[in-house]
Design a protein around this ligand. Structure first.
Ligand SMILES: [Zn+2]
Length: 387
């Protein structure tokens, strides 16, 4: 954060479409037919490719494209004790409310057997760093500032808590939350000490709480534990987040909140303004909110005035799921609208979400993803020249 930074930095949100060779290697690794070393050889190449695409597109902050992760949160299973990677179909055997769970799976636009989730089956402990090794690899290949993404504490607690198998180790979800906070805090501090420029915590489930009022569950369907009052859950999420970031300085910490990014069918994705989250967002101790604003589903910016007081906004300006590339003029216009609520010095530009949330379902091609990022970079150049 000490580095002199130009206005309107362009960042990735996280994932990059995994090439078929990585998808295959991930499957083989999970089946136990590929060693971690052999997998990493494949993934190393894909990370460098994703990096070069971002550099070619002129990004100011790059990521490793999450090439080693099966999805944005379940990857922690192999780094932690007390956590088991399971498919949603397997979970159907475990949960007591089978009818309810089945109903949820049916509303999914993702085949349940292809989606993995991390489940708490014992006392959780950080056996290995969650993202530090990935950061070090990327650092070895670029001089650009780096963003590292991590699942947020609420997402992890809620998705890992499956009462039927977690209750022997933890009396309640809240007890698991304490250990999750410690694990993420250790990781955040390790990343900071290693020199990471930007840590982004992902909490997409927050929108699900307010848009579904806890009634239906969509892409976070592992999280059956959250059949509670949404206000209580949001309060819990806010507290967990602030416990992770408490007293951490010297590294930019962002929070990404979106409405799901698992399908190209916009109709199945959640819809609604960030407004119901405002009272909680105001109390969240982060430097930046990384938000969606490229689709009408995200509502307007006016709701966020108070939230952005003193905070940065990572403004979503392209839809990662569409083939059509937004023009730089459209993006400039969106940024100008945002500057009614946040000054230029605190405005970052990014896609609405990652380009490949779940490994086996890339949401776009690398070519279109690169074109979209390049369009954002051109928009940033126009804005800088105008300023
Ligand atoms: Zn997202």
């Amino acid at each position: 954060m000490t580095r002199k930074q130009q206005l309107f930095p362009v960042t990735m949100v996280g994932s990059w479409p995994r090439p078929p060779v990585v998808m295959k290697a991930l499957r083989q690794k999970h089946e136990g037919n590929l060693s971690e070393e052999a997998f990493n050889q494949v993934a190393d190449g894909a990370v460098v490719e994703a990096l070069r695409a971002q550099e070619a597109a002129g990004l100011d902050f790059v990521t490793d494209g999450e090439q080693r992760r099966d999805n944005f949160y379940s990857f922690v299973a192999e780094k932690m004790d007390g956590v088991k990677l399971t498919t949603l179909a397997e979970m159907l055997d475990i949960v007591e409310d089978k009818a309810g769970f089945e109903r949820i799976l049916q509303t999914l636009d993702v085949p349940a057997f292809s989606m993995k989730t991390a489940m708490c089956v014992g006392k959780v402990r950080r056996r290995r760093p969650l993202a530090l090794d990935d950061y070090r690899f990327l650092r070895g290949h670029t001089r650009s500032p780096i963003k590292v993404t991590l699942p947020g504490p609420y997402l992890l607690t809620r998705s890992m808590w499956v009462r039927e198998v977690s209750r022997d180790a933890y009396h309640a979800k809240e007890d698991l939350g304490k250990d999750v906070v410690q694990i993420l805090r250790d990781e955040v501090l390790a990343l900071k000490n290693a020199g990471v420029d930007f840590i982004q915590l992902d909490e997409p489930v927050l929108t699900e709480l307010v848009f579904t009022q806890g009634q239906t569950l969509t892409f976070m369907c592992a999280a059956l534990a959250a059949r509670h009052d949404p206000a209580e859950e949001l309060e819990f999420a806010t507290q967990l987040l602030n416990q992770v970031t408490k007293g951490v300085s010297g590294v930019r910490i962002g929070l990404h909140i979106c409405r799901g990014n698992w399908s190209q069918n916009e109709k199945v994705l959640l819809s609604g303004s960030y407004r119901p989250l405002v009272p909680y967002m105001k109390r969240m101790k982060v430097h930046q909110f990384v938000l969606e604003f490229a689709t009408p589903r995200a509502g307007g910016l006016e709701a966020l005035g108070e939230v952005l007081d003193g905070k940065e906004l990572g403004l979503g300006v392209v839809n990662p799921r569409t083939a059509e590339v937004e023009t730089s003029e459209q993006i400039v216009k969106r940024a100008e609208e945002a500057m009614l609520y946040v000054p230029a010095e605190r405005l970052f530009l990014n896609p609405d979400c990652g380009f490949g949330t779940f490994a086996q379902r890339p949401l776009n091609t690398p070519e279109i993803a690169t074109a979209k990022l390049a369009s954002i970079s051109r928009a940033a150049a126009i804005l800088r020249a105008a300023g």
